[in-house]
Design a protein around this ligand. Structure first.
Ligand code: CU
Length: 181
């Protein structure tokens, strides 16, 4: 039996495609079309894609908006922010989060406003009981992203930056506390 590195015998490059080869080529063709369609469908159907609206905003202006929201908000004994309404503002900067920790009610829909003051940051939310479960969003300076979001289960949710943003990146952590209404 010839080894895999042996030169094949005869005029092997000029043989017609045999049935089995043709069948596999067909399967590969159909499958590549299927995953191509899947890729396109993934961005159009289902709830897996981030929604909401984006606005162009000056980073310093966004910072003022977040500050005004924090001034208006209440605090619990631990100093965690209780949003005054359905809008929650979060400002990412090197290397912390304005607007966190925040206390939210389970089951209520909030408009989460995300923005950055300096560079790109990542916004990753992970429930404490299952840290590998997560959503990941990108936060850009110059852009305010408003995302409707509600939490089904009460608990502690960690927010970490998952976009490398500088030397203190690994310490960029915040918390969402979701409580029973
Ligand atoms: Cu970071």
């Amino acid at each position: 039996m010839p080894g895999p590195f042996d030169k094949p015998e005869g005029n092997w490059w000029d043989e017609p495609v045999n049935r089995r080869e043709g069948m596999w080529l067909g399967i590969a063709g159909v499958w590549s079309l299927a995953i191509f369609g899947w890729m396109s469908g993934f961005t159009r159907f289902g709830d897996q894609n981030p929604v909401g609206e984006t606005y162009e905003v000056d980073p310093s202006e966004y910072r003022e908006t977040v500050q005004a929201y924090i001034d208006e908000a209440d605090e619990n004994e631990e100093g965690h922010i209780i949003p005054p309404g359905d809008s929650v503002y979060i400002g990412a900067f090197r290397f912390n989060w304005d607007g966190l920790p925040v206390v939210l009610e389970a089951g209520q829909e909030y408009d989460i406003h995300l923005g950055a003051y300096d560079v790109q940051h990542g916004f990753s939310i992970r429930p404490e009981h299952s840290l590998s479960q997560q959503i990941n969003l990108q936060i850009l300076p110059d852009t305010e992203w408003v995302i409707p979001m509600s939490f089904d289960d009460p608990g502690t949710y960690h927010v970490i930056c998952n976009e490398f943003c500088g030397q203190g990146h690994n310490s960029m952590h915040g918390t969402l506390y979701v409580e029973e209404p």
